[in-house]
Design a protein around this ligand. Sequence first.
Ligand code: PG9
Length: 636
Amino acid sequence: SLALAQLSSGALAQTAPMAADIGGKFEAPTAGADYVKRVAMIPMRDGVRLYTVIVVPKAALGATGAGKAPILLTRTPYNAAGRAQRGRSPSMLATLPQGDETFVQGGYIRVFQDVRGKYGSEGDYVMTRPLRGPLNATKTDHATDAWDTIEWLVRHVPETNGKVGMLGSSYEGFTVLMALADPHPALKAAVPMSPMVDGWRGDDWFHNGAFRMPTLPYIGSQTTVRGRGDPLATGVHDDYEGMLRAGSAAGYARQFGLDKLTYTKKLFEHPAYDSYWQHQALDRLLGERKLKVPTMTVVGQWDQEDIYGAYAVYEALEPQDRNNDLNYLVVGPWRHSGVNYEGASLGALKFTGDTALEFRRDVMQPFLDQHLKDGAPRADTPPVLSYQTGTNRWQRLQRWPLACAASCPAPAQAVYLQDGFKLSFNTPGAGNAFDEYVSDPAKPVPFVPRPVRMGDPEVWRPWLVSDQRFVSDRPDVLTYVSEPLKAPLTLGGAPVVNLFASTSGTDADWVVKVIDVYPDEVPSQPELGGYQLPLSMDIFRGRYRDSLSAPAAIAAGKPERYRFALPNVNHVLLPGHRLMVQIQSSWFPLYDRNPQRYVPNIFHAQPADYVKATQRVYHTPELPSAIELPIVPAGR
Ligand code: PG9
């Protein structure tokens, strides 16, 4: 037969048995996909090229769609190629991240770019690179890199209509804000989500001067290599144990070689709010510039990483927003970056539906369309959109906050700590002048139940709503509670701590928590019976009570005033619930321990510096410890 004849003559091409099986560049066919993915090395003004992934819907290709699609840009230190690939799929919807779904449905071009020095980009990486100015004498920063990138995109992506929006969460939110410092004219809308704004006051690295230990493994994973560094080989199951054994934060850094990393050195050299931090405070820096781009800043009420910055930026930009159409704030019942995932619950809390999708689909998308799509209708965007928990409903508001010490629709009202571990709106009367506890750095109060698995997302993500009963009866935690409420108590703003306290040491941390205590029984969700839900909590390092930049020892035994704001809250405590305040002096191992003996730099505290101290919290007419609550009167 013919086949046999061909075989014997060797006419059929044969692959040599020993031909190498991994050969040249392989490219899978993409004809069946509904998008094309391009990679460009975009040159910056100093010649450094940044790795950029551009995902274009096929519907925007060719004659019919040419020049019609807007671009959404995210600049990331977290691997642009990976960010642009949730999964491998011929469908753009399945390829891009969950939070991008409405962009895909809306026909947007999506762009992810590695910031300089990370993953595929050239140049040096500088953690949260400061703007050009006192800390950055070079000619480039994230503002210029965003500018140069947008300039290139509008010239080189033929499918675009020339309008660009920027968005991203956390570090990616920080790069959005940086672009606003000197925005390219084609940048028409910005959505910074959970942005890192001030790494000392209350985002990521410190809260009010207390150092957050997860910073150290983060520096390891981000700065040991251009890609993703290895996690620490801690050798312990319980981070509480591992971090306690290491002593100070510097001791922990040394154990893993992290003390050799440049950014660790920078942090350890700047424990106070000195010019290094002040020159990076993005709320102040942006407040000094003209706001030109409509900006919708987004954050979760229980953002466990960047709970400070979004409100600070909104507040700093608000004076420029005379017509209430440039500076928007959105607060959802979310964890850090939760806006980009499913938002029907957080820990034990359940909401009315997928609140994150509701926001993305019904509010963010029309806002972006209005500013980025040619001929799109004006969106009905409220100046402030906030999900009120307790009642579980979205609120469209004209402003934020609703109550505060001055210049708010309602004045803050003090709730006072009372003898007998009570809380009331009356100033304290007769009775014991103070309550006391011994704070022992050898047995710090854990921030979540042990074993503490800080890197476990199940522990870390919802921890700000965790039931506080696991510490409320510790002898080193003071717990004050009101009577069951007869009427709803609505909070809409930032509670302010006004604490009068003394320590037998010469330095001290003060952790204050405002808590909603559920009734003993909650028939609709039994596990919430008696639940102690944290609404707003934070830490303050006592040495900074008079000056954030110039720390000073505390006089042992002398009552001093500690005044600081807690994170914002939008919540109704329902009738039958009780208001609770807890006070403690450690929150470990999230925050490094205060040795309680004053040392110049706590990072380098020695074992002998860690001493027990007796803390007294006062509640007398002269020393009336209180929390100033942002109470919204009924009917507002
Ligand atoms: N919270 C993270 C971060 C932001 C900025 C600097 C360092 C870390 C993040 O989730 O990106």
